[in-house]
Design a protein around this ligand. Structure first.
Ligand code: SF4
Length: 346
């Protein structure tokens, strides 16, 4: 295989995003220092070409901000994104615009993503007008119809002139996917793409996305709070907590041997249909702490059920390979056999 195909499509290196938070008039009168929300703090991962990379975490973990950093929809405070060997931070606006046609995003709320006054055909055609200026109006229309049929809205001609309110929620998400595909991208960032769909259509949408991946040779960055969904679609996953990746690796390895207590808690919270195998372990008590004032040391320590060492609140654990599994990383001082020894239920 030529070397170029072995290069990851996306490399995120030390991605960091801190948002300044203004404290209001009183704070400025008292000359208090400006506060900073550490939304994303030194996140690194590779997305293999043709794979599905899942970024998983609770609300407030920084996964959606990371997705926007990857697409350069927001500027990082620090770190790099290398897309197909190109450092996106070095690109001039025109080069960035052209690269952007190769990466598209699907948001969770299709109603908010579509202009209610624009027909479905016009909505899908819009990115083609910007990124495919050589197409004639007839060719653009044909391309839109082709995309509608690819997302199983068939015959495409019947949907072209409809408005978003005239179709169902599941069909609207198909339209959003068709719009993402129209410029022939390499990367689709799917930000909770089925979270707002009815349970009955979720599996169908995921199945469609996997079929489109093969058909159009796509790579996905898949953002979800739901490990059950991640299990269905992802090849590799990274678990985020309070702006950091706490565990990452091949999906099978992470599911089989979760090495961070937070991953373990997320897995235990996944509903199990068979009552005999129900684990009945709730998520750790408490909410994710504020990114304005993250806990010292390991950020998970106030909620960690096994924070059994005095080093946890003092030293931030680095992501390191789990014993015997070089591709599987965890950021926990007790990530190896010691952790399993402490948990008698394993
Ligand atoms: Fe828990 Fe300590 Fe591991 Fe953090 S480093 S997850 S507090 S055991």
């Amino acid at each position: 295989m030529p070397e170029v195909n072995e290069r990851p499509l996306v490399q995120a290196i030390g991605l960091t995003k801190h948002f300044p938070v203004r404290g209001g008039l009183l704070s400025s009168l008292l000359r208090r220092e400006e506060q900073v929300a550490r939304a994303v703090d030194g996140v690194s991962f590779d997305i293999r070409r043709g794979s599905v990379f899942g970024l998983v975490g609770e609300s407030g973990s920084g996964k959606s901000t990371t997705a926007r950093l990857v697409l350069r929809l927001i500027e990082p405070t620090a770190g790099q994104v290398i897309f197909d060997g190109v450092d996106m931070g070095t690109l001039k606006p025109a080069a960035m615009r052209s690269l952007r046609s190769r990466m598209q995003i699907v948001f969770q709320d299709p109603m908010a993503s579509l202009n209610p006054r624009m027909t479905i055909g016009a909505a899908i055609e819009h990115p083609a007008r910007i990124h495919m200026p050589d197409l004639t109006p007839k060719q653009r229309r044909e391309r839109v119809i082709e995309m509608l049929e690819a997302v199983q809205l068939s015959p495409g001609r019947q949907y072209y002139d409809k408005y978003p309110h005239q179709i169902s929620g599941g069909q609207r998400q198909r339209v959003v996917i068709a719009r993402a595909l129209v410029t022939n991208p390499d990367l689709i960032v799917a930000d909770e793409p089925v979270a707002m769909a009815d349970v009955s259509v979720r599996a169908l949408l995921l199945e469609l996305m996997m079929k489109l991946k093969e058909q159009f040779d796509l790579t996905y960055l898949f953002i979800t709070h739901d490990l059950a969904t991640a299990k269905y679609v992802c090849d590799d996953i990274a678990i985020m907590y309070l702006g950091k990746i706490v565990e990452q690796g091949p999906l099978r390895s992470v599911f089989r041997e979760p090495s961070h207590p937070y991953t373990r808690a997320l897995l235990d919270a996944v509903p199990v249909p068979d009552p005999k195998h129900r684990r009945n372990r709730p998520m750790p008590a408490g909410e994710i702490p504020s990114a304005l004032n993250p806990p010292s040391g390991c950020r998970f320590h106030p909620r960690c059920p096994i924070a059994a060492t005095e080093v946890c609140p003092l030293v931030d654990p680095e992501l390191r390979p789990v014993e015997g599994r070089p591709e599987h990383l965890a950021a926990c001082h007790l990530r190896t056999g010691a952790y399993q020894h402490l948990d008698p239920e394993r």
